[in-house]
Design a protein around this ligand. Structure first.
Ligand SMILES: Nc1ncnc2c1ncn2[C@@H]1O[C@H](COP(=O)(O)OP(=O)(O)OP(=O)(O)O)[C@@H](O)[C@H]1O
Length: 231
């Protein structure tokens, strides 16, 4: 599902010198895998997510996701790749405040080819995340956990096989975060491939593998046998 080789990503640090945030990074992820990427603040986790999701193509190395070689790809091919293959979930939900929950889930239908039964599909996804009864509410009338569930339903609208999540429980309290983590585990068991950048132990222990970003590369964390996320 994901194959990244020898990725080098540099940023200018503002004082004229270069920082290699990713430095020879490689990653292999099978379809159906659930990976947590951990590492200190500033270690390059979001940067990595952006490369894998086709949001940033300014790097050295090779990235292939869902059979699509992203290296060298340009818009609008990148937009098509994102639309067909990847769902994004962010820490701050990114819902449109003046649209209802179901209209937020329907948003992707305005960018790609809309399925004929778009509204039915959006409602089925809201049902899947336990929010059908609140489909007409504006985000401001939903709790943080409910907002994230709407965002997850929206990310699933185009039927992606891969979900890329950036600190998906970062804005949620422990109990609400736990509910969202169980939803990710259920989606994983239903066959979805998940990669989540996270600071939180609860989230990483739900994953099947934990990779730590260290000095610009990924190192597999040893997991205790029969840890919570083993499946
Ligand atoms: N556009 C940019 N220009 C220059 N430097 C950047 C840019 N974006 C990120 N960086 C730097 O690259 C490094 C990695 O950033 P990144 O956001 O990927 O880290 P992170 O591990 O996701 O951090 P956090 O956990 O705090 O979100 C940081 O030192 C950051 O300051």
């Amino acid at each position: 599902m994901i194959r990244a080789r020898d990725i080098v990503k540099r940023y200018q640090d503002g004082e004229g010198s270069e920082v290699r945030v990713l430095d020879g990074l490689s990653l292999d992820m099978e379809q159906g895998d659930f990976v947590a990427v951990v590492g200190p603040s500033g270690s390059g986790k979001s940067t990595l997510l952006h490369l894998l999701g086709g949001l940033d193509v300014d790097y050295q190395g090779e990235v292939e996701v869902a059979g699509v070689k992203l290296t060298g790809l340009k818009e609008p091919a990148l937009a098509r790749f994102r639309n067909e293959h990847v769902g994004f979930v962010f820490q701050s939900f990114h819902l449109i405040p003046n649209l209802s929950a179901v209209e937020n889930v329907l948003l992707p239908s305005h960018f790609g080819a809309a399925p004929v039964d778009a509204r039915k599909r959006a409602e089925a996804l809201l049902d899947r995340v336990g929010l059908l009864a609140k489909k007409d509410r504006a985000p401001v009338r939903l709790s943080g956990g409910e907002r994230q569930r709407v965002a997850i339903a929206r990310a699933l609208f185009t039927g992606p096989k891969l979900l890329l999540c950036d600190e998906p429980t970062g804005n949620l309290d422990a109990a609400t975060g736990a509910g969202v983590i169980s939803l990710f585990q259920e989606l994983h068991h239903e066959g979805l491939t998940l990669l989540a950048v996270t600071h939180e132990d609860r989230m990483s222990s739900a994953a099947r593998r934990v990779l730590r970003l260290k000095e610009g590369r990924l190192v597999e964390e040893a997991r205790p046998l029969l840890a919570g996320g083993q499946s």
